[in-house]
Design a protein. Structure first.
Lengths: 108, 890
């Protein structure tokens, strides 16, 4: 699921994570997704950073550099208003897709 | 806003790069920290993180690739990288850019000329609305397909009364005038225009006012409008006042105003000096077909609809304007004519008609030369790419994608093509002017505004893009397709190089040979054709021949005395010192004029050229009399009408029967009543037309003194045979001017005039020859380069061969066999293409066929010499190879 080719899904996961955590660095986002999904969804580093960068370009996230709890300097991402709007849209969209896929699977 | 940020980001590139890098580094560190916290050893954790994370450089590239601005930035980087690469190999860059600049320049120059004579619109308001009226149903009555001025004044007046499709119509003709109170000044070109000419064209005066409808009505006083150029050169640009006048044709003419600088008239390639109003008079002639009629379409009318309207108008128009004096059959023909409308927005041009095909062919030739140049460049790029193979392999190993590498290479060739095109457009300007100069003759100077407009720039850009694709793509794809591991490991080693790469370069050499074969054959054909034309025996004396045109209108000689005056004038010219002989005529052979009468004999009918000549004509022109007698002074309008005819006339009208004594009846025409002539002599065929390619028509000669009285005009052309044309012309001019001060005279050198007629052929011969030689040189360079490169690749192989006992001759043979194979293939393909291409050009050739075996053979010989010459140096270098050295460098 957390593959490149389902970019929309990856964006949704990242946006949702950021909305839940408030502000987080890339590594934290990846770990959160992995833990919450019970190791079912693993975001590859190779996909995560291009996605975050793209969101920054589109002004969906705001960026600050801050020190982590372990004393490392990291780039923290937080949702902007545009990002929240984007999340809402994608959540709705995802539910539609999921419903559709379910319907197909249940068809006997 | 986003765009602004992106552009701003261009300047922050290094900052962003650093930011991305530190973010990724921190990410790895956090992962390592976590793993260590879970009990991994630090070393193990670092390894795991690196494996998971992948190539950090590639990763960074991928992150920055998300940024669209960075795409732009990376192009700037590629350009900078390419420029740095160019700086490292200036020789390559110089050769590449010079080749491209010349190739693109030559193409652009020819295109510029085509653009100027063919594509550009007239400098008038809304040129696309202009339509020209044409008569369909000719040629007859002096109407020809070739010339545009075919309307008589009555026809024009009829059209003026019925011009529903047009907002306005106008008539004009181009003419020449002589300046000065005694016509001693220079000859200028003029336009005779109807009153609405400038209104309909939408020309606004630069000074004073232009000719209007009111000027047509008051014809008594001469009025004129001058062009801006004439105003500047001959009138000093002085302000136009009601008192401004000019002396033209011995009359004083009031100058009304000046046309704006860009307006050159209606004829592309010509420039008018003076325009004066049309003056039809009360009873205009119905048989003088000399005006061009044009109109501006009303909104809502297109050419098809206008033609439909004109077709419906035609019957009545030709019915009411039919000239009298023709035979019933010819009058019927006249009445069956029809009018149509054709586009006129790009004006009218004899240049276009004469040189269109030549220019197109030239464009094809220069295109082929550019193709050869491109093949050379592609080979250069290939050689360069294989030298850079290691660099490319390392970049690939570091994670550069193939697309990125191809883009880098295309940017390099694009830069070369771009710079080449820029210089090419600059080079094209003097080249185009030179081209125009080469078409000028002693009589006629082409006035053509060759300037790069948007079409020319677009053309140059298109050519540059095409060349870039041709010479850049193959090397780029090839080097990006290389296997990095193999490239790094093998480097330039290996006993025998990669076979496949060689074959691509060979293919290009074969293509070059084939294309240059086509160009060489073309060049040889045109050069030989021109030679045939120049050395052609026309049957008329050409050297030591002056032609004088004598006009005596102002001497007011009564029509019945004109024949006698002409005889006296010719006699005086004959008696001038230095003059061998002289003869009067109504028409000089091979200089473009033509006079035709319908004739019939007892057995056949048709038409023949008619020339009225004085008795000394045949002696003066060097035309021998085959049978019968020449004309004498006794042949006048009071004695039986006599005729001398050429062989074609006899063949066409008399068959095998005897010619002398046969009666020939001439069909009547206005001023030329029906007459019966008796053939008294025969002459061999000579050329008649100014286009020497044309067959000799039936020709008949009549004594000048038997010119029908109504057809007498107060001028005569005199052929003056002499050993020194310049000196004799001077003597004659002085003598006649002293005796008849009111006589107007103009002299030409016959041979010069004939050469002038061949100027188009001369241009084709010169340029195709030049480009043929250029192609051969390019082939030498290309073949030499490729062979040197291939041999450098095969150094080891050849070293081993020599070490194993191969003799020098065998090594040279090895190289030569290679050349021979490419040559044979290229020549075979080229010969085939040349024969196919030659079909298109055969109409331009004279005295030989497009598949002339001698020409083909000579071209093959030339190319063989070129190929052998180009391969000898690399071959002998290979043969002198020191095997120990060659193998040690490994």
């Amino acid at each position: 699921m957390a593959k490149n080719d389902l970019q929309g899904a990856l964006d949704l996961l990242i946006l949702k994570t950021l909305s839940q955590l408030g502000s987080m660095h890339g590594y934290g986002v990846a770990m959160h997704i992995r833990q919450v999904s019970g190791d079912l969804l693993i975001v590859e580093d190779g996909s995560l950073y291009p996605a975050l960068h793209r969101m920054e370009q589109n002004s969906w996230v705001r960026v600050t550099w801050a020190v982590t709890e372990y004393g490392r300097k990291a780039k923290y991402y937080a949702l902007t208003a545009a990002g929240k709007k984007q999340l809402a849209e994608r959540e709705k969209n995802w539910q539609d897709v999921a419903k559709g896929v379910q319907a197909i699977l249940r068809f006997a | 806003m986003a765009m602004f940020r992106r552009v701003a980001a261009l300047f922050r590139r290094s900052h962003m790069d650093r930011e991305i890098e530190s973010e990724l580094r921190e990410h790895m560190q956090m992962r390592i920290d976590d793993d260590v916290a879970q009990g991994m050893s630090r070393k193990e954790a670092e390894r795991a993180a690196r494996l998971e994370f992948g190539n950090p450089t590639a990763m960074r590239e991928r992150v920055s690739a998300e940024d669209t601005t960075l795409g732009l930035d990376s192009i700037v980087r590629d350009v900078r990288y390419a420029l740095r690469g160019f700086a490292k190999s200036p020789g390559f860059v110089l050769v590449a850019i010079a080749t491209l600049a010349l190739g693109i320049g030559a193409n652009t120059a020819v295109f510029e000329l085509l653009d100027a004579v063919r594509l550009r619109s007239l400098p008038v308001a809304r040129p696309d609305e202009l339509a020209e009226l044409r008569i369909v149903g000719g040629p007859s009555f002096g109407l020809t397909e070739r010339y545009y001025a075919n309307f008589t004044v009555p026809m024009w007046q009829e059209i003026q009364r019925h011009h529903d499709p047009f907002a306005g119509v106008f008539a004009w003709q181009s003419d020449g005038l002589t300046l000065g109170k005694n016509r001693e000044g220079r000859h200028v070109s003029s336009l005779e225009v109807s009153g609405d000419f400038f209104n309909v064209l939408g020309i606004t005066p630069w000074q004073g006012r232009l000719i209007g409808p009111q000027d047509e009505a008051s014809c008594k006083a001469w009025k004129a409008v001058v062009s801006y150029n004439f105003w500047q050169s001959d009138m000093g640009g002085a302000p136009i006042t009601p008192e401004t006048t000019l002396a033209v044709e011995g009359e004083t003419v009031r100058v009304l105003g000046v046309t704006p600088p860009g307006f050159f008239g209606m004829i592309v390639g010509d420039r008018f000096d003076i325009a004066y109003p049309m003056c039809p008079g009360p009873n205009p002639r119905r048989d003088m077909f000399m005006y061009s009629v044009m109109g501006r379409l009303k909104p809502g009318w297109d050419l098809a609809r206008a033609s439909g309207y004109l077709a419906s108008l035609s019957h009545g128009l030709f019915e009411s304007t039919a000239p009298t004096g023709y035979s019933a059959k010819q009058t019927e023909h006249y009445k069956s004519f029809r009018l149509e409308a054709v586009p006129a927005g790009s004006g009218i041009s004899a240049l276009r008609e004469r040189y269109d095909a030549s220019l197109r062919l030239l464009l094809a030739i220069t295109g082929l030369v550019l193709l050869i140049a491109c093949a050379n460049l592609a080979n250069l790029m290939l050689a360069r790419a294989s030298v850079r193979q290691r660099e490319i392999a390392i970049r690939m190993a570091l994670g550069a994608s193939r697309g990125r590498l191809v883009r880098q290479m295309l940017i390099e060739s694009g830069l070369l093509a771009g710079i080449g095109a820029g210089l090419g457009v600059a080079v094209a300007q003097p080249l185009a002017r030179l081209l125009v100069l080469s078409l000028n003759t002693s009589q006629y100077v082409i006035q053509l505004n060759v300037q790069p407009d948007w079409r020319v720039l677009l053309f140059a850009a298109g050519v540059a893009a095409l060349t870039c694709v041709i010479f850049g793509t193959a090397p780029a794809l090839r080097s990006a397709g290389a296997d990095p591991i193999a490239a790094i490991r093998a480097g330039e080693r290996g006993v025998v190089g990669n076979r496949e790469r060689f074959s691509l370069q060979r293919l290009m050499v074969v293509t070059q040979i084939a294309v240059s074969m086509v160009l060489l054959v073309g060049a040889l054909l045109f050069v030989r054709s021109y030679r045939n034309l120049v050395t052609l025996n026309t049957g008329v004396r050409e050297t030591g021949m002056s032609i004088g045109y004598f006009g005596f209108e102002r001497m007011k000689i009564a029509p019945e005395n004109q024949a006698a005056f002409k005889r006296q004038l010719i006699e005086e010219i004959r008696n001038a010192p230095g003059v061998e002989n002289a003869a009067g005529t109504t028409h000089i052979l091979m200089l473009g004029g033509s006079w035709t009468h319908g004739v019939h004999t007892d057995t056949a009918e048709g038409s023949s050229k008619f020339t009225y000549v004085s008795p000394t004509f045949f002696k003066t022109s060097g035309i021998p009399l085959l049978t019968g007698r020449s004309f004498t002074d006794m042949d006048t309008n009071n004695t039986p009408y006599v005729l001398i005819v050429n062989q074609t006339f006899i063949k066409k009208f008399l068959g095998r029967g005897p010619a002398i004594g046969v009666n020939v009846r001439v069909i009547p025409e206005p001023d030329y009543p029906a007459r019966t002539y008796e053939i008294v002599g025969t002459i061999p065929d000579t050329k008649y037309d100014d286009d020497l390619r044309h067959e000799t028509p039936p020709m008949a000669f009549v004594p000048l003194a038997q010119l029908p009285p109504a057809a007498e005009r107060s001028w005569v052309a005199v052929m003056i045979a002499t050993s020194d044309t310049a000196a004799a012309t001077n003597v004659v001019r002085q003598r006649i001017a002293a005796k008849y001060p009111e006589m107007s005279m103009q002299f030409e050198d016959f041979q010069q005039d004939l050469r002038d007629n061949l100027v188009g052929d001369r241009m084709m011969a010169m340029l195709s020859g030049f480009f043929g030689v250029l192609a051969a040189i390019l082939v030498i360079v290309g073949l030499y380069g490729v062979l040197s490169y291939l041999l450098a690749q095969r150094r080891n192989e050849i070293g081993i061969r020599i070490a194993l006992g191969a003799r020098r001759g065998q090594v040279i043979g090895l190289v030569m066999r290679d050349t021979a194979k490419m040559l044979a293939l290229g020549v075979a393909i080229g010969a085939l293409l040349a024969i196919l291409a030659g079909r298109g050009a055969s109409a331009m050739l004279f005295g030989l066929k497009a598949w002339d075996p001698l020409t083909l053979g000579f071209a093959v010989l030339l190319l063989t010499a070129v190929a052998v010459g180009a391969s000898l140096l690399p071959a002998s270098r290979a043969a002198r190879l020191d095997p120990a050295k060659a193998l040690r460098t490994e």
